[in-house]
Design a protein around this ligand. Structure first.
Ligand code: GLA
Length: 386
């Protein structure tokens, strides 16, 4: 939908024009998967698609939530906004954000009419939920004049996800949505939240996102991975009492003390995290040096590790990645995001893109019965007022 169409939809829904429009993007992560909640590095970029939010003060004590994609209006009085609705209700993401503002001492005296619309494919692992949280945080920050910086808005979004969607996610998605910059990826230290914007203008190469159309639903399995990593840390503390995060360990240090992890699953998870942090640091170094081939090899190694040690890929993502690796002109390919379905990200030479789509699409259909979708990623800016 265009902005004009959204404005019309707002008037149709509420009978009046909006006060303001905000946008926040989805993201694709180039490398550094399942490292964020382990205090490691990630390397995501914001996409040009995301979630729009139109808002006006309505002079009542109620907030009306409408989505262009959903038929019903969800009406919540301000004194009930901190109480999550049934699990899975989309308005929970926004209510979770209101709640974080309230927890920080912000007092909402007046309600709002809100309309949202997004063009991030849902359940594709491209952070449609983070886009929704961050656009809400960005809008309320502007409406209430609270002056939180973008990093704080990302933290607000992450907390909303924890408390209202029950996914104990790391900070990557909300951070990318808040801090993204056109044609740059964000090299983020998830422990300190220090970050560097690294240009990803690739000569003759595109970032291609391939959607398995096997929807990923982050929930129990994701939270299991978080717990398994915590178990690894606890067991390592028997020999390293001060250890906070798996990402603090170099590969050599890990190899020396990994025997302390007696749980075989926790050991595999930890091995992925330690290796992935190193791969991410190396990948950024190679990208900066213009060695895109090595960057691509590290992407492939990341996928292998997510498949074998972290066990978050599955048949659909594996098929897309493995078929991509067979094509001449593919620099690298891996699953992106939480996993369990969703998307892969590939670096593909311009002249190979048509063959890539055709061959990978055909083989994927034959092997899984599903139709894949391919998008050329445009790396866009973070949250903004329109
Ligand atoms: C999901 C989470 C992120 C991150 C990724 C895996 O997208 O929301 O915090 O953990 O999975 O890297």
């Amino acid at each position: 939908m265009t902005v004009q169409e959204l404005q019309k939809a707002f008037v149709d829904a509420y009978g009046k024009k909006e006060d303001a429009i905000y946008f926040s993007p989805g993201r694709v992560n180039l490398i550094g998967e399942h490292t964020d909640y382990n205090g490691g590095y990630v390397f995501p970029c914001a996409l040009s698609f995301g979630t729009y939010l139109l808002i006006r003060k309505n002079g009542t004590k109620e907030v009306n939530f409408r989505s262009v994609n959903e038929p019903e209006v969800i009406k919540v009085s301000l004194d009930k906004i901190t109480e999550p609705l049934a699990k899975g209700t989309w308005a929970n993401y926004l209510m979770g954000v209101f709640t974080q503002f309230i927890k920080r001492g912000v007092e909402f005296k007046e309600g709002y009419d809100i309309l949202i619309w997004g063009n991030v494919p849902l359940g594709a692992g491209l952070s449609s939920s983070a886009a929704l949280e961050v656009v809400t945080a960005f809008a309320l920050n502007d409406q209430m004049g609270t002056g939180y910086d973008r990093t704080e808005l990302a933290k607000i979004g992450q907390k909303a996800e924890h408390e209202f969607a029950y996914v104990m996610c790391g900070i990557m998605d909300q951070f990318a949505s808040a801090q993204g910059k056109k044609d740059h990826a964000i090299f983020l230290n998830c422990d300190t939240l220090e970050f560097e914007l690294v240009p990803v203008k690739l000569n003759g190469i595109k970032v291609v996102i391939s959607n398995t159309h096997s929807p990923h639903k982050l929930g129990d399995e994701y939270n299991d991975r978080v717990r398994e990593c915590q178990l690894a840390v606890e067991q390592l503390r028997t020999v390293r009492p001060n250890l906070n995060n798996l990402a603090e360990l170099t590969q050599a240090e890990f190899d020396e003390i990994k025997g302390a992890i007696t749980d075989p699953i926790a050991l595999k998870r930890a091995r992925h995290v330690v290796g992935e942090v190193q791969r991410t640091v190396d990948a950024v170094k190679y990208l900066k040096a213009g060695d895109i081939e090595t960057f691509g090899k590290l992407m492939n190694a990341s996928h292998d590790s997510l498949r074998d040690d972290y066990e978050v890929t599955g048949k659909f993502l594996d098929t897309l990645a493995e078929e991509a690796w067979k094509i001449d002109g593919v620099i690298g390919s891996r699953m992106t995001g939480g996993g369990f379905g969703g998307c892969t990200v590939s670096l593909v030479k311009n002249e190979a893109i048509d063959t890539f789509k055709e061959k990978v699409g055909k083989a994927y259909k034959e092997k899984t019965g599903l139709e894949a979708d391919f998008y050329i990623a445009e790396i866009g800016d973070g949250a903004k007022k329109i």
